[in-house]
Design a protein around this ligand. Structure first.
Ligand SMILES: Nc1ncnc2c1ncn2[C@@H]1O[C@H](COP(=O)(O)OP(=O)(O)OP(=O)(O)O)[C@@H](O)[C@H]1O
Ligand SMILES: [Mg+2]
Length: 261
């Protein structure tokens, strides 16, 4: 089943700053996709469009067969806004922009409460995600007093507590310690097995092959320049160098290390 369908999407911030240029993209249920591109190429903007937080300047974004507009996701959408918010969850690149409740516990409860999930299920889910992320000891803390990595964990927990079918993750491993990064990769592999759709914007090429079969590559002109098997794209050194995802120097270093080890 087709989940998202983007046709000739352009996005400009403030009517003048180009962030996405003529993007056409189709995403099927159960796909695991890495969105790759240099800083400023448009990855976060794409994820915000898929999450219905912003809307195209021109072109069309369809989700679950419906064109996403401000009206459809507000009062005029009938049951669709709640359906959509239960189905799709975005973990922001900047956790501070995601956290707004007085305590960590409120933060993790917020989504399930908004979405009318049964109270007993909510408590179970909250305990599960807090246990998984090892953040029970933070539950009464104010999110703004947490460290960067702790904020990230709470942001991840606040989305996992909704248990969405489609997970949009924006640089999810950034700022996490190695053990938590590994935990997250293992979790994504598990979620993949149970059929979740997972779309990750990342610079962390090492995790791409582990968690994604498909990769979509943006260039610095905010256009898609490659869309295909992650394995093939990760081996295309010329492509990755051309879009500034790897540097000639680090590439030579990799080549050299291959020779010596
Ligand atoms: N709120 C904003 N207001 C104005 N311009 C913005 C805003 N957010 C992003 N941009 C611009 O839009 C373009 C795309 O930004 P975006 O955040 O989507 O890139 P990105 O690929 O996620 O980059 P990064 O790897 O640094 O996270 C950039 O040129 C950026 O400067
Ligand atoms: Mg970004």
């Amino acid at each position: 089943m087709q989940l998202f369908d983007l046709k000739n999407v352009n996005y400009l911030y403030l009517n003048r700053i180009h962030a996405l240029n003529d993007i056409s993209l189709s995403i099927e249920q159960g796909e695991h996709i890495a969105i790759l591109g240099a800083n400023g190429s448009g990855k976060s903007t794409l994820l915000k469009l898929l999450d219905g937080l912003i809307f195209p300047s021109s072109g069309i974004v369809k989700a679950f067969g419906k064109t996403l507009t401000e009206n459809i996701l507000d009062g005029e959408g009938g049951d669709f806004p709640r359906f959509f918010r239960k189905k799709v969850g975005l973990i922001f690149q900047n956790s501070e922009a995601q956290l707004f409740c007085p305590t960590v516990l409120d933060e993790i409860k917020f989504g399930p409460l908004q979405l009318d999930i049964a109270k007993t299920d909510i408590n179970q889910r909250i305990n599960d995600v807090m246990g998984m992320l090892n953040i029970e000891n933070l539950k009464d803390r104010a999110p703004y007093t947490l460290s960067g990595g702790e904020k990230k964990k709470v942001a991840i927990a606040s989305v996992l507590s909704i248990n969405p079918d489609v997970l949009l993750l924006d640089e999810p491993t950034n700022g996490l310690d190695p053990r938590t990064q590994r935990w997250l990769v293992e979790l994504l592999i598990e979620l993949r097995k149970i059929g979740k759709t997972i779309i990750i914007a990342t610079h962390d090429l090492e995790i791409v092959e582990e968690v994604s079969e498909r990769a979509v590559v943006f260039n610095e002109d905010h256009r898609i320049v490659a869309d295909g098997k992650a394995k093939v794209i990760l081996n295309d050194t010329a492509l990755l160098m051309g879009v500034n995802l790897i540097h000639e120097h680090s590439h030579r270093h990799i080549e050299k290390s291959k020779l010596t080890f």
